[in-house]
Design a binder for this molecule. Structure first.
Ligand SMILES: C[S@@+](CC[C@H](N)C(=O)[O-])C[C@H]1O[C@@H](n2cnc3c(N)ncnc32)[C@H](O)[C@@H]1O
Length: 258
């Protein structure tokens, strides 16, 4: 019964979600789907809220008219928040059938696609989406860094790409972060995208107040959240977000991808 979940149930679920294999990870999400939002609310998961707040700062245009690709959409939490900003056209992709079933219940997605990114390509047409957003799925064992170019490929030239990730700890997470930063830098050098803003936000849960919202890089943006083993009274949640725009390429020319 989702409503009887406690913080201890939530912690146990997070602690069990450790596989570094994307296929195993999405299997785990199948079993977690029903309790996903409840458990994440219990641990005060901030990433969807930060992502949407971040997006609202950088999106210009009529949200009703644009098409959004929600990558690793999970239960549809991000789309549910984006609706409050006026967005209404969503396509979702996730590797977990259980999570997609939850997303379908929102009634917000015009299409939901099952794909384990990494082993499978991103099922999205090139140069189609005005906004591409990925929240809470950029870490070791989730969506591999190799898929980031595919996100750019799916965005229209000039489209906005927003990535939000947790400041996960441990060696695989550290390695993932390094590879991600290298890839984003490379993509900038290749003029594949131009970073808009990078930000790291730290919350201390005991005070429930934003301690710091610092710009890490003048021209790019990142969001992250940690689910550390620190005690709840002292736990710091770090959220970092990155967003960038697809470079407007000359009419008819496709962006170059490696
Ligand atoms: C922490 S949840 C985030 C869900 C949603 N974006 C949100 O903010 O609530 C991570 C999601 O990523 C999905 N996922 C993890 N690895 C994936 C992969 N390689 N390909 C596609 N989806 C993946 C999981 O199934 C899960 O729904």
């Amino acid at each position: 019964m989702p409503d009887s979940r406690t913080i201890n149930d939530a912690r146990a679920a997070f602690q069990s979600c450790t596989s570094l294999d994307p296929e195993e990870r999405v299997q785990y999400y199948n079993s977690w789907a029903e309790n996903y939002e409840k458990d994440h609310s219990l641990v005060d998961f901030r990433a969807p809220h930060l992502a949407v707040g971040f997006l609202s700062e950088y999106f210009s245009g009529n949200p009703e008219e644009v098409l959004v690709l929600d990558v690793a959409c999970g239960s549809g939490w991000v789309a549910k928040l984006m609706v409050n900003l006026g967005f209404k056209n969503f396509v979702g992709v996730d590797g977990s059938e259980g999570m997609l079933k939850e997303a379908a219940k929102t009634g917000l997605y015009q299409d939901l696609k099952l794909a384990v990114l990494g082993p499978e390509p991103l099922p999205a047409q090139a140069r189609t989406f005005d906004v591409v957003i990925i929240v809470g799925a950029l870490d070791a064992g989730f969506v591999p860094v190799s898929a980031i170019r595919e996100l750019c490929h799916a965005a229209k030239p000039g489209g906005l790409i927003c990535m939000v990730r947790g400041n996960h700890t441990g060696r695989p997470a550290g390695e993932y972060k390094k590879v991600l930063e290298t890839e984003l830098k490379l993509m900038k050098e290749e003029s594949l995208w131009s970073p808009v803003d990078t930000r790291q936000t730290i919350f201390v849960r005991s005070h429930r107040e934003l301690l710091r919202a610092a710009s890490l890089h003048p021209s790019a943006s990142i969001t992250a959240s940690s689910r550390s083993s620190e005690s709840p009274s002292h736990r710091a949640d770090r959220h970092s977000s990155i967003s960038g725009r697809m470079k407007a390429s000359s009419p008819g020319s496709a962006p170059v991808f490696r």
